[in-house]
Design a protein around this ligand. Structure first.
Ligand SMILES: *Cc1c(COP(=O)(O)O)cnc(C)c1O
Length: 348
């Protein structure tokens, strides 16, 4: 991905991807379909989609947020009368979108908890959407086994791969029909933009999705897409440090009498790493808040950024204890991070 541009460089070309801010193009008799009008495609958005395609090993389309990707995919793939199965403990906005916005168009939704999805009946569903590890419970679903069940039931499987990113887990290779990623999180990684994408090897679905994006006007701006590329170019080294930091913090949290329970995704051969998210349950809400402040973790609801952060999920209505924090480990030097955590846990 880093060298995708190198081979085509001619003398005097900029080495990094240039930002092209335009909505309009000079149109010859036979226009290039990617250079007609900025709502269809722009050079910067297409360049980022091509880079994403290299790490997804599949065609990709960018959207202005992860939920933008969800909305367009559900609109493109579903029709009136379809039933959809989602996780009851997955990303809440995916359920709210289906329930509040798509229900009036004749699309109905059922939900199952992540720890029950492997054996849930799948007959009659047009689409099943899972997250693995799930967010915030960090339950792992065996995608290969589950995609075989979806195929047998005639349901399309969509995997939200936001938590792992395509560098740690490749759901399409394990049989998923489409992948959704909120690039707002680890992919962009700097907590300064919203973005999302869909990857799929289903050509007809991707064509419909592109038409949906063009007609609904849901293409990201060139500047934001270009910023995502800056983040993507360092994804591998950021992820490595983030996962290393999570692993270094794990025993400190597990061995502390201030932490009642620690959750971390179980190891599974489908994912290259267990990731950078750790669930930690403190005695109560004030203790959890005090921990964040003592440890210098940003109290934020997002995750996957450079700065270690934590979110008290109960305040968003997740079915978790008041003292539960979803911790997202950043790229701080590991020794300093663990020293800070040790001090924070002692003083708590
Ligand atoms: C954040 C998130 C989304 C939504 O993405 P946005 O970029 O905020 O629209 C979807 N799924 C998961 C798992 C997320 O964490």
């Amino acid at each position: 991905m880093l060298h995708a541009r190198s081979a085509a460089l001619t003398p005097g070309d900029p080495v990094p991807e240039p930002l092209v801010m335009t909505s309009a193009f000079a149109l010859p008799e036979q226009p290039d379909p990617d250079r007609t009008y900025g709502r269809t495609a722009t050079p910067s958005v297409s360049a980022v989609e091509q880079r994403l395609s290299l790490i997804e090993d599949a065609p990709c389309l960018l959207f202005p947020s992860g939920m933008g990707a969800y909305g367009a995919l559900l609109m493109a793939a579903l029709q009136s009368g379809d039933r959809v199965l989602l996780l009851s403990d997955g990303y809440f906005a995916a359920r709210a979108l289906t329930e509040q916005i798509l229900a009036p168009f004749g699309i109905s939704m059922d939900t199952v908890p992540a720890d029950g999805i492997a054996t849930a009946p799948l007959e009659g569903y047009a689409m099943v959407v899972i997250e693995t590890p799930s967010n915030p419970g960090l339950q792992v679903v065996d995608i290969a086994a589950f995609s075989a069940r979806c195929r047998a039931a005639g349901a399309r499987l969509v995997v939200d791969n936001t938590v792992c990113t395509p560098l740690l887990q490749q759901p399409l290779d394990l049989g998923a029909d489409a992948v959704i990623v909120s690039d707002t999180k680890a992919m962009a990684g700097h907590s300064d933009l919203l973005m999302g994408h869909v990857a799929s090897r289903d050509t007809a679905l991707m064509e419909k999705l592109h038409a949906t994006r063009t007609l609904a006007g849901a293409i990201p701006a060139p500047m934001e897409a270009w910023l995502l590329l800056r983040g993507l170019e360092t994804l591998e080294i950021r992820l490595a440090r983030m996962c290393e930091n999570a692993r270094a913090a794990l025993p400190l949290l597990q061995n502390s009498d201030k932490v009642a329970d620690v959750t971390y995704p179980r190891p599974h051969p489908q994912a290259a790493d267990q990731g950078f998210l750790v669930g930690a349950t403190f005695a109560d809400t004030p203790t959890a808040d005090r921990f964040l402040s003592l440890a210098g973790f940003a109290p934020t609801t997002s995750f996957g950024g450079l700065h270690s952060s934590g979110d008290r999920r109960a305040r968003w209505g997740d079915d978790v204890p008041g003292g539960f924090l979803r911790l997202s480990f950043g790229i701080e030097p590991t020794a300093q991070l663990t020293a800070g955590l040790t001090r924070a846990l002692e003083r708590l």
